[in-house]
Ligand binder design. Sequence first.
Ligand code: NAD
Length: 255
Amino acid sequence: MSRFDGQTALLTGAASGIGRATAILLASEGANVVGCDINADALSETEQLIVDAGGVFTPLTVDIANRSACQGAVADAVAAFGGLDVVGNIAGIVRHEHVADVTEEQWRTMFGVNVDGMFWMSQAAIPHLLQSAEEGKLGNIVNIASNAGLMGQAYTVNYCATKGAVVNLTKALAMEFVKTPLRINAVAPGGTDTNLVANFKMAENIDFDLMMRYTSSRGMSAAEDLARVIAFVASADGKPFHGAVVSADNGITSG
Ligand SMILES: NC(=O)c1ccc[n+]([C@@H]2O[C@H](COP(=O)([O-])OP(=O)(O)OC[C@H]3O[C@@H](n4cnc5c(N)ncnc54)[C@H](O)[C@@H]3O)[C@@H](O)[C@H]2O)c1
């Protein structure tokens, strides 16, 4: 018996990085994975990798900033597999910029993806996850925060604000459902070797000393490292976690 046999997991950000690695891991452990992402081509690559390995993967091209698209994705997952047991809100975007350079449009776009999308997906999924948990299945949400949600970082005020919101959104949801078996947690990675980092465009004229404060001397994690943490929290092994923010940042926020 694998940890995710007979469970359906909807994962956002499944086209790349931590989301793709989590999709591959959960599918390899028996989950029916519904992968949501705005990047249809890269989502097809995830599908190919999983199907070639004998797993079950349904790609859905979704802009998670759009509430009705999130509602549609949850409805599609439930229609295809008869329920929903795990939601991994993994998709996210980042920018590196001076405070003065943040535009209104960029500010709202980042909140739309990193916070609104997470909430719309959770709101649509919760009735199904609650039913899953009440039936003794996994019934839980794992939100991806960041060390940036637990500390102040220079040149990423917009990102830090969204990830701080993810931390408290997770705790608020956890409190509202604390008397039910539904579990809601967050994992807070630090630097992880993904496209988000590879495509990271640093602001000009920055003080590197300020950046070193959020760079681990232990280096970066691999996406697969984070996938294993997410899987642990989402699996029955993670049963005691509820309202937790699990730091997985190689010590960045330890002091
Ligand atoms: N990589 C890091 O160093 C790091 C550190 C801390 C936290 N995180 C968080 O981990 C999560 C995953 O990041 P990653 O490093 O794997 O990044 P990534 O760029 O490799 O993957 C992010 C995925 O999100 C998708 N996405 C972006 N906007 C979307 C939208 N509107 N709708 C649907 N999908 C959308 C992208 O297409 C992409 O496939 C993010 O929430 C990120 O903030 C990453």
